[in-house]
Design a protein around this ligand. Structure first.
Ligand code: PLP
Ligand code: ZN
Length: 407
């Protein structure tokens, strides 16, 4: 049995039963899973957690699930000390959390696994989502694993690699003529019509909880401590808030000392409503129309933007956006220094990290973790112009001639 007790409105505090619900009836604010932390604290210890399976369900006691999880092998991805990249950026204590190494190549497997498990518990026989691409693949994969039907909705201009990455699991794949924000609005309307578990709509409070495991893992992998600084991307802003919530919970449970992490939120300049608000000193996130190649995080009207902004503010962190060119340079820099091929969202994180270090917002000795949330091969087409092979004949002479010429 989990230690989840109710759903609670983040604004007015009203409580609701643990059902497929995501908004408060009174103030329309998002609902969040509420736990019996006393019981949870009694059930967990560092040793017990460390002895668990090498995946996200080592933290099962901290998640709102009652049954065996729908698990395709997600979590406990590497946290790498990034000395080469750190040297480039002037950071002596830099780590990269490579969450592109999940089964469907993005951190979305964490959130979908929890939501799909709840979908089974609630008796849905189909799961569905509005997606910028990565979520579609993860939902389709978890549906396959759980013998559920999957309906995935994506904007028609999504990258080809993302369509293949979802289609291979055989969902009902629907491309929508519109932006992600249009897809999301459509899916909210469909939630009232169809008895489907919409992973990021009516199952959203449970979905959200999956992201906390990223915070737990990083703290455990650092030897049970919170980083000084975290740099992470935001689309809806949910992941960013939940990394923080994960750390706060560990402190509340006495598993780490108090958390003094500065949280830096990053977005592509062509879709940066949260960073814009941070830089304007405002608490109001004004929607934008996304225009960027970084499609996986291109949400113009972020559902959790306000809460992400609040985390960045409260923690003495910051906000940073980069151009598409800077994001691509970030992808190449990470690959060329650490051998990690991230998708464009990772380029946004690395490009922003570079700026934050140069500006002194992140200091040389601070223990900093950069979050890579998706893997590169899905969106390779954005980098095709870096491929400039040297063409030779299949003879030694040809190779020698060419290398002499080009050396
Ligand atoms: C979905 C996604 C995010 C951010 O997700 P939110 O929780 O909506 O902010 C970040 N990176 C990648 C690669 C994603 O697919
Ligand atoms: Zn409310």
């Amino acid at each position: 049995m989990s230690h989840a007790t109710t759903l609670r409105c983040r604004k007015c505090g009203r409580e609701y039963p643990l059902k497929p619900l995501n908004l408060c009836d009174f103030c329309l604010s998002p609902l969040e899973v509420n736990y019996d932390y006393k019981a949870m604290a009694a059930a967990v210890s560092r040793d017990k957690l460390a002895a668990g399976p090498p995946g996200m369900y080592r933290y099962r006691e901290l998640l709102p699930i009652e049954s065996d999880p729908v698990d395709i092998g997600t979590g406990f991805t590497p946290l790498t000390k990034a000395d080469n990249l750190g040297r480039e950026l002037g950071l002596d204590n830099l780590y990269v959390k490579n969450d592109g190494l999940n089964p469907t190549f993005s951190f979305k497997d964490r959130v979908v696994s929890v939501a799909a498990t709840k979908a089974v518990e609630f008796g849905f026989n189909a799961i569905a989502c509005a997606s910028t691409g990565n979520l579609a693949a993860s939902v389709a994969a978890h549906a396959a694993r759980a013998n559920l039907k999957a309906y995935v909705f994506v904007p028609a201009d999504v990258e080809a690699g993302k369509l293949v990455g979802a289609a291979v699991y055989n969902p009902v794949l629907l491309t929508v003529d519109g932006s992600y924000d249009d897809v999301n609005r459509l899916c909210r309307q469909l939630t009232d019509k169809f008895k489907w578990g919409f992973i990021n709509i009516n199952l959203r409070p449970y979905y959200a909880e999956g992201s906390k495991t990223l915070g737990y893992e990083v703290a455990e992998q650092l030897g049970w401590r919170a980083p000084d600084c975290i740099v992470a991307p935001a689309a809806s802003g949910l992941l960013f808030t939940r990394i923080w919530k994960g750390l706060e919970e560990l402190a509340m449970l006495g598993l780490i000392d108090s958390v003094d992490t500065h949280m830096f939120v990053t977005q592509a300049a062509g879709s940066s409503p949260i960073v814009n608000a941070f830089n304007a000193g405002s608490m109001h996130v004004n929607p934008v129309i996304p225009e960027t190649i970084v499609k996986s995080i291109a949400i113009g009207n972020p559902a959790d933007g306000y809460y992400a902004l609040r985390v960045a503010r409260q923690t003495g962190g910051g906000g940073c956006s980069v151009t598409d060119e800077e994001a691509l340079a970030g992808v190449r820099l990470l690959a060329q220094t650490e051998g990690i091929f991230a998708e464009a969202a990772g380029g946004v994180v690395i490009g922003s990290l570079k700026k934050l270090a140069a500006a002194g917002s992140i200091k040389r000795d601070q223990l900093t973790v950069a979050f890579i949330t998706g893997a590169g091969p899905r969106t390779q087409e954005i980098l095709t112009d870096i491929v400039r092979p040297l063409a030779v004949k299949p003879t030694v002479a040809s190779v020698e001639e060419l290398l002499n010429v080009s050396a």
